[in-house]
Design a protein around this ligand. Structure first.
Ligand code: 4NP
Length: 151
């Protein structure tokens, strides 16, 4: 199965989600292809935000070598499921969908959690380090549900 995590900049939320899911898959010896992308291209080519790298590292998840890239329409061909971090990302991804099959691949990440339907993973970019910890824990909860669903 191939999973793509998408946020706005691909330097905070989606690289953390990618790292968390990859670690869970590795720990359970599950073969998953995991990647992440941003709907915007301002940070393409950059490593994740240092606050995201530090937070993930404190939970044993290494995301320091990930490199940001922009979401593009060929991602609909390469991935089975595309998870959007918030409603705005969802809208932007759906605006690029070419057909119903593309649209069906896109989901809001927190829709995996029955008590968080239609909720957004908050953008931690403008806040402090605490926001990154909260986001990490939210992503970890969603990825735990996902890995249990897959396995
Ligand atoms: P992300 O956070 O979407 O979780 O990677 C952001 C990073 C950068 C910007 C916005 C959100 N930015 O405006 O540059």
């Amino acid at each position: 199965m191939k999973v793509l995590m998408v946020c706005l900049g691909n330097i905070c939320r989606s690289p953390m989600a990618e790292g968390i899911l990859r670690k869970k898959a590795t720990d359970r010896k599950l073969s998953l292809h995991i990647d992440s992308a941003g709907t915007g291209d301002w940070h393409s080519g950059e490593n994740p935000d240092p606050r995201a790298i530090r937070t993930a590292k404190s939970y044993g998840v290494n995301i320091s070598q990930l490199v940001a890239r922009q979401f593009n329409v060929s991602d609909f061909d390469h991935f089975d499921t595309i998870f959007a971090m918030d409603q705005s990302n969802l809208k932007n991804i759906l605006s690029l969908a070419r057909n119903e099959s593309d649209k069906k691949k896109v989901e809001l990440l927190l829709d995996l959690l029955p008590h968080k339907k239609n909720k957004n993973v908050p953008d931690p970019w403008f806040g402090g380090e605490d926001g990154f910890t909260d986001v990490f824990n939210l992503l970890d909860e969603a990825c735990e549900h996902l890995i249990n669903k897959i396995s």
